[in-house]
Design a protein around this ligand. Structure first.
Ligand code: URA
Length: 228
């Protein structure tokens, strides 16, 4: 958002008054006097008018080890939600949901641009899952997933995915999108059924082995910076 619009939305002043205020040097952006009405203001840019902070949004990035049974939702009348596990003052959203029965790495943030970059299919960020299945996992499954699976509902073919078969019923799957129930639907398409699904990694961000199910911690600045 441009600085003049930002000031219009965050103060009681009219547009003409805002131009005057800016010209007289009463506005500081990130501590420096700013007179340019067109200056781009990001989600977490600090803007002050007459020494008063107009907004103090602090970017917040949380890594949760999601336990089974919790919904990736803000509220639900029936089931507990992951939000009940996290106690931070910021209003967070989930960057890439996990199904209720799925476990592992769940990232929550209040930074919408960052979470879109992590989750949008066009960004090609790898998501790595440990999968257990009802039926044995075949070499053909590996080839089918590498070729892409057709999803009739969306009329699309999934991007090539890497399947590392670990044992008859266990594999590590890397997908580069995050479509609705994607992993379950991919296995369903080859006549198998997912019995357990655990997310280990999103991009360069790995689930911290020190986190027990239900535990969370803030991402480190280095982890935040790995997002494309
Ligand atoms: N794919 C699924 O089917 N379920 C998840 O929870 C995550 C990816």
């Amino acid at each position: 958002m441009r600085l003049d619009r930002f000031l219009f939305h965050h103060s009681d002043h009219g547009r003409r008054e805002i131009r005057r205020i800016l010209a007289s040097g009463r506005v500081r952006v990130e501590g420096e006097i700013e007179k340019d009405t067109q200056r781009e203001i990001g989600d977490f840019t600090k803007v002050m008018l007459d020494g008063e902070l107009l907004r103090d949004d602090t970017a917040c990035y949380v890594m949760l080890n999601k336990p089974a049974g919790y919904l990736s939702a803000t509220t639900d009348p029936e089931h507990p939600t992951v939000m009940e596990l996290i106690d931070v003052p910021e209003t967070l959203h989930i960057a890439g949901r996990l199904d209720r029965a799925s476990t592992g790495l769940l990232i929550l943030t209040n930074d919408g641009k960052w979470s879109r970059r992590l989750t949008e299919p066009k960004e090609n960020v790898p998501k790595v899952y440990l999968v257990e299945t009802a039926e044995p996992i075949t070499e053909e499954t590996h080839d089918h997933f590498a070729a892409g699976i057709y999803f009739a509902y969306e009329d699309l073919t999934t991007a090539p995915a890497d399947l590392e078969i670990l044992s008859a019923h266990q594999a590590r799957l890397t997908i580069y999108e995050g479509r609705y129930h994607q992993v379950k639907r991919m296995f369903h398409a080859v006549g198998n059924k997912v019995t357990s699904l655990h997310r280990e990694r999103m991009g360069e961000i790995k689930l911290d082995p020190a986190l027990k199910p239900g535990d969370y911690r803030m991402l480190t600045p280095e982890e935040v910076a790995t997002c494309p």
